[in-house]
Design a protein around this ligand. Structure first.
Ligand SMILES: [Zn+2]
Length: 175
């Protein structure tokens, strides 16, 4: 049964791993990438599966997790590149289904945004405790995954099965 809905977040680590040879004179400089979401409702359900949605998911917030550390190991740039909120084009036929799925996806967007608040300080604290800048940055960037998994609870999924008189589930099935 493909009644399971919604949104995984795809996380990819890009960037370079550089040896942190030099000791930085002070705390590392940490830049946080802006998080500006683009919406794309043009891909079909099938196309969403091809770009990372799990079976039965009709929406997806896709980002490229990014960690870049300068050669001297004193500057890091972290964040989530190219965030796109995808909703299967089939859902745009039904206002209730579209609005419900979009609301769910916007919660994923909020989780990314909130995670970026204070990420600089959390990385700094790890570095001060002796962690390598790249490792500290990677840990903090990927830590958001647990929050997305917690939000995509069985309760949330089962709610989505019955919302809009079950239309979301049917639209995914009758693609
Ligand atoms: Zn979700």
């Amino acid at each position: 049964m493909k009644t399971r809905l919604l949104l995984a977040s795809l996380l990819l680590i890009s960037g370079s791993i550089q040896a942190q040879e030099a000791r930085c004179s002070s705390l590392p400089v940490i830049n946080v990438l802006p998080f500006e979401v683009t919406e794309d409702f043009s891909k079909t359900y099938r196309e969403l599966q091809e770009i990372g949605a799990s079976n039965g998911e009709v929406g997806l917030v896709r980002v490229r997790s990014s960690v870049w550390v300068s050669k001297d190991g004193c500057t890091a740039t972290v964040g989530y590149r190219e965030p796109v909120l995808h909703i299967a084009s089939e859902l745009t036929r039904d206002a209730c289904a579209l609005s419900h799925v979009k609301q769910h996806e916007l919660e994923h967007v909020r989780l990314y945004r909130e995670h970026l608040v204070g990420i600089k300080e959390r990385i700094e604290a790890r570095v001060q405790a002796g962690e390598d800048l790249f490792q500290a940055s990677k840990t903090e960037v990927l830590a958001v995954q647990a929050q997305h998994q917690a939000f995509d609870s069985p309760e949330e999924y089962s709610k989505n099965r019955t919302e809009c008189s079950g239309k979301i589930a049917r639209l995914a099935l009758n693609r």
